[in-house]
Each structure stands twice: as C-alpha cells, then as structure tokens.
Design a protein around this ligand. Sequence first.
Ligand SMILES: Nc1nc2c(ncn2[C@@H]2O[C@H](COP(=O)(O)OP(=O)(O)O)[C@@H](O)[C@H]2O)c(=O)[nH]1
Ligand SMILES: [Mg+2]
Length: 201
Amino acid sequence: MAKAYDHLFKLLLIGDSGVGKTCLIIRFAEDNFNNTYISTIGIDFKIRTVNIEGKKIKLQVWDTAGQERFKTITTAYYRGAMGIILVYDITDEKSFENIQNWMKSIKEHASAGVERLLLGNKCDMEAKRRVQKEQADKLAQEHGIRFFETSAKSSVNVAEAFSSLARDILLKSGSRRRGNDNKPPSTDLKPCDKNTKCSLS
Ligand SMILES: Nc1nc2c(ncn2[C@@H]2O[C@H](COP(=O)(O)OP(=O)(O)O)[C@@H](O)[C@H]2O)c(=O)[nH]1
Ligand SMILES: [Mg+2]
C-alpha cells in the first residue's frame, strides 16, 4: 500500500481571542465556516494532507482551544511545533499590537528553529479595517517572516497561507538534512549527461 504521507508537520495558531483562529483551522481542514459554539470553545487539532513539491505533507493543526483568553498557554502547547501561525484581526488594532507579545511568547516557549507566519484575518470586513496592510508588512519584514491577509469567512488566502508555511518547513528541513542550513544545494554535484559519469568532486 502506498504510504499515506511523506512528512507530518505539527502547526499551531496563536493570537488574541476572537481573531478567528478556530475558524481558520475549520476553513482549512473542512472548507467550512460556522459561527456556532465550536469556534467559541475551540477544538484540539485538525488534520489535512497537502501536496507540496511532489510530497504528501500531513498537517496537524493545533488550536489553543480558548486557553489564550486566560493567558495559560504554556510550553506544552508549543512542544514539537514546526510552524506557528500568528493571527490578528484587521478590524482590531489591539490584536495587532499584541502580535509583539505573541512573538515574545514564541521566543520563550517554542524551539529556536520554528517557522513563523503572520496572518491578518477578517479581510472581508474592509469597511471596519483598523490595521493597514503596510503596517503588517513592515512588522513581518522586521521579523523576517511571511504575511498574508486572510478571510476564514470568504475563504481568501487560507489554503495559500497554510501551504506556504508547509513549503517553508519542507525546504528548511531539506537543507538541514543536507547539513547546510539556508544555503542552496551543493554546487559540487556535476550535472549528468550521456557522456559523463555523475560524480561528486
Ligand atoms: N467576518 C469575519 N468573521 C470571522 C472571520 N473569522 C472568524 N470570524 C468570526 O470571529 C469570531 C471569532 O472567531 P473564532 O474562530 O472563535 O476566534 P478565536 O477565538 O481566535 O478562535 C466568530 O464570531 C467568527 O464567526 C472572518 O474571516 N471574517
Ligand atoms: Mg478559538
């Protein structure tokens, strides 16, 4: 039987209560949106497998299940995470300001090499926008991470955001296995053609 997946990545979402973390996970994993109790109490995790660079990547996406309301997010939640999605709400300035605190929390609790991604959710609510795209672009650049505006409600950029994070983790793990983090593949590898033997010099 074919292997169900090539890699398993654990991802998690953090950000203030109400920014739409649970809805983003449900949109990504089930292509669904609901305003009902499930988003209030939260979920543990959901799974979706995506295809990236010819690899089947199983994404296990963890929700805070409401713990963020009580600031009780601990090291246990961050354990084993390979990617962390920081979420704010474009209609809520405070949630954007708090991204700095969530960044600190990652620094304190998560492993050093974790990939991060910034999302400004609820981009369907343009009329109520309080956070400009440029502000978030700047913040993302300062931290050297990617940024997307998303809507869990209208399904804008949700799959794109998760896939881009998974791709970054995949590329990073590939370069780590080759033992040269962030460097392009070795140039010692001679190209193969009909007349030359492939060799490593
Ligand atoms: N308009 C709009 N509302 C959203 C969006 N995502 C979530 N919401 C609403 O925001 C509220 C909080 O969402 P929830 O997923 O529970 O946030 P969480 O506390 O971060 O998990 C709910 O009423 C959702 O229906 C979105 O993309 N657009
Ligand atoms: Mg929630």
